[in-house]
Write a protein that binds this ligand. Structure first.
Ligand code: NAD
Length: 418
């Protein structure tokens, strides 16, 4: 292990890769190449705080692979961000884009910061300095950032503006997940949640479970978790629990998601809302439900709690929520897992649509975006399911093998430079 990347999440990504590479007999040379990111940049970000002191933050951008096209991946603002975690997330992006069949490689970025502790102005200065420091890597034909934990449309707008200022003209295709007024796409904000819904519905159909009899628990009520819960509820499922970092709400009769969203809009903390019983994040994961959806951070389902899960389907909206040991336990317990690189690929699929629209300067209707997303993600789901069934392998291994195979083919045909 290269010491710079030594981190539990990177170990998880590499262990998953090794498992799939073994199953597909991946050639040693490709294996060596694909285990290590292509490029990794560490930057320090001195920021003038509102009290006039200067504070230095650390930032990262990792491009795992760009054999199939420009690298693509979100930017995370979180206190636990480090180079190893970003490298793991970048590797998962490579397999995810390849599995979905969108012409991108994988990247990820991050800044070690708790964004809610900064003022709006401090956040803007931090974002602009970060974008300026990683500028040499960026560009619509090189590497295209998007949102992830702790970043939003406003952060993407600042990155787009900083990039555009450097080159001297507006470049909407430099980032995705940005506001509509500067070339954002209809349907991008809810895209990951909508994709999570689409694949979960296909899994329910596969298992013969009607949506009206489906109960859902969602860990993490940010961009992905809140849209997932809303769309699930609108379609007729009963969302019985949601949570954020502070804990969760549980109501076996079903939570009123619209009301939670309305109260959150007015600034009310989730735990203060009198809409259900308070539970911890740990308790949420072991609730009896049809579908459990982790939509927060990695390594939530581990050897400690995997045997206690009481769901029928695990839809991994978050990246890397399940450890390797937990995976084996879930398989023994017959839990149908939709792996992260498939389950949350709606985000990068609609990011691809946004990039295409920006480059063509031609924008699509929301219904077109939803239909095309549905077609691509459901096709990836059924391809993965058919492959897993045929080879008698877990869904995760099948998804990883398909993604890795696409990337391996690109490397093989391009050859090794020089
Ligand atoms: P977000 O910042 O909008 O929301 C994160 C949510 O998780 C918040 O509700 C936060 O309170 C909660 N949370 C944070 N730490 C937690 C913890 N330790 N325990 C429980 N809850 C915790 O982020 P997001 O964009 O919704 O991303 C969520 C997950 O989905 C991440 O794993 C991300 O990598 C993945 N993802 C996001 C996108 C996207 O388009 N935004 C796409 C694909 C995958």
């Amino acid at each position: 292990m290269i010491p710079e990347f030594d981190h539990p999440t990177f170990h998880l990504a590499v262990a998953q890769f090794d498992q799939a590479a073994d199953a597909m007999n991946l050639h040693h040379d490709l294996r060596e190449r694909l285990k290590i990111p292509q490029r990794a940049l560490t930057v320090s970000l001195p920021i003038r705080m509102d009290d006039d002191t200067v504070k230095v933050f650390m930032g990262y951008r990792v491009q795992h692979d760009s054999a199939r096209g420009p690298s693509k991946g979100g930017i995370r603002y979180h206190p636990n961000v480090n180079l190893g975690e970003v490298a793991a997330l970048a590797m998962w992006m490579t397999w995810k884009t390849a599995l979905a069949g969108v012409p991108f490689g994988g990247a990820k970025g991050g800044v070690t910061v708790a964004p809610n502790t900064l003022s709006h102005k401090e956040l803007e200065r931090l974002t602009r300095r970060y974008a300026a420091e990683i500028f040499p890597l960026l560009g619509p034909d090189k590497d295209i950032p998007a949102t992830d934990i702790g970043t939003n449309q406003q952060v993407m707008a600042w990155i787009m503006d900083t990039y555009s200022q450097q080159v001297g003209y507006a470049v909407p295709g430099a980032v995705t997940g940005k506001p509509l007024s500067i070339g954002g796409s209809l349907g991008r904000e809810e895209a990951t949640g909508r994709g999570v819904f689409d694949v979960t519905l296909e899994a329910l159909r596969h298992l013969g479970i009607p949506l009206e009899k489906t109960t859902v628990a969602v860990q993490g009520f940010g961009n992905v978790g809140s849209h997932t819960a809303r769309i699930m509820g609108e379609a007729g499922a009963r969302v019985i629990a949601v949570s954020d970092l502070s804990g969760g709400l549980h109501n076996p009769q079903g939570l009123n998601i619209q009301e939670i969203l309305r109260l959150r809009q007015s600034g009310e903390p989730l735990l203060d809302m009198k809409l259900g019983d308070q539970i911890t994040n740990e308790e949420l994961l072991t609730l009896e439900c049809t579908v459990l959806i982790p939509a927060a951070v990695s390594e939530q389902i581990t050897i400690k709690n995997a045997a206690d899960l009481r769901c029928r389907i695990l839809t991994e909206a978050a990246n890397g929520p399940t450890t390797l040991e937990a995976d084996a336990i879930l398989a023994d317990h017959g839990i149908f897992t939709i792996p992260d690189i498939l389950a949350n690929s709606g985000g990068v699929i609609v990011s691809y649509f946004e990039w295409v629209q920006d480059i063509q300067r031609f924008f699509w209707k929301e219904s077109d975006i939803q239909q095309r997303l549905h077609k691509i993600i459901c096709s990836a789901f059924h391809r993965t399911l058919a492959f897993a069934t045929e080879k008698k392998i877990p869904m995760r291994t099948a998804a990883l093998m398909s993604g890795i195979d696409q990337v391996a083919q690109a490397h093989t045909v391009r050859g090794l430079y020089p």
